[in-house]
Design a binder for this molecule. Sequence first.
Ligand code: SF4
Length: 307
Amino acid sequence: MADICIWNRCNNNCIMCTNPVTFRDKNDSLLYSKEAVISRLESHKAKYLAARENINLTGGEPTIHPNFLALVKEVRNMFPDNKIVMATNGRMFSYPLFAKQCLAMNNLSIEIAIHGPNSKLHDAITRVKGSFEQTVEGVHNILKYRNSSQELELRVIIIKPNQKYVSDTLNFIKKEFPSVDRVILVFMEMEGFAEKNFKAVGLRYSDFRPQLSQFKKWAEGLPELRLYHFPLCVLPPEIWPYAWRTLRGSEVTFLKSCRSCLYKKYCLGIHKDYLKLVGGKEFKPIKEKFEIKKRDFFHNPIIGIKK
Ligand code: SF4
C-alpha cells in the first residue's frame, strides 16, 4: 500500500492523534499543494501502476485539502485501476454535494473512525464539539450515495477513555449503519499526541483483555470484524483468526523470549513505542499446542484454530 500524506492540517484535534505534535504548522501546508502531491506520486508512478498498489490518501484530514476533489480526480487519472483509499474523519461527507462529487469516482475505499457511541464520548476524544454529528451524517451520506465499487470501513481506535465502551460503540454501528462493509478495532499507537497525552489516553493490552471475552458477541451481526495491532499472546486463542498484521516491519519488534513462542511466525510482534512507554512484561511465549488452519497470506495468516 502506498501511503501518501496529502494535507497536514485537520478539523479534529484528537487526543491520541499519532501525527507529530508540530505536524500542523500552517507554513508547512505549502508542501502539500496539489502540484507537490502529484509530483510526489509521479516519482513512484511506474512502481504503483505495475503492482496495482492501493493509493492510500492520508493526512491530517485529507478531505479538507483546498483542492481535494481536483486532486483525487488527478490521482484517479494517473492510476485508473488502483484502488484509492481515504483515511478520513468523515465530516466533509456530511455535505451531500461533497459526498456525491467524491463518490462520482469508482474503486474507492473510505475508512472512518468512530470514537464512541455518542457525541459526549466521541467529541471529548476529537476535542471538537459537533464532530460526532457530522461524522454520523457523513457515514449516512456515503452509504446513501455509494455504488458497488466503493467500500466503507469503520474503525474504533481503542484508547483508555473509550475502551470500556467498545460494546456500546459496536451496537451503535450495527443499529445505525447495518450496511457497512467491515469494522476494525485498532489498538492505539503511542506516538505523536498519544505519547504526549499518555497519562490520559495510554492503555495496556492487559487492561483491555477482559473486554475481549465479548468478542464473538461483538462480531455477531457484522459482515466482518478485524483486530489490528494485537500480538497473539495478548488475545484469547479462539480469536486469533480475527487478528491482522498491518503495521510496517520497521515499527514492530520481538523480545528475546519470543524465540521460544510456538506462534511467532504468525504474530505481528510488538510496537516499539509500546515497549518504550509501557514495557514488555505482558508478552509471554505461547507453549500450548493448537491445531492451526492457516493460509498463505501475510496480513491474516490464521483462519481457524482448534484446541
Ligand atoms: S510471545 Fe512474542 S511472538 Fe509470541 S505471541 Fe507474544 S509477542 Fe508474539
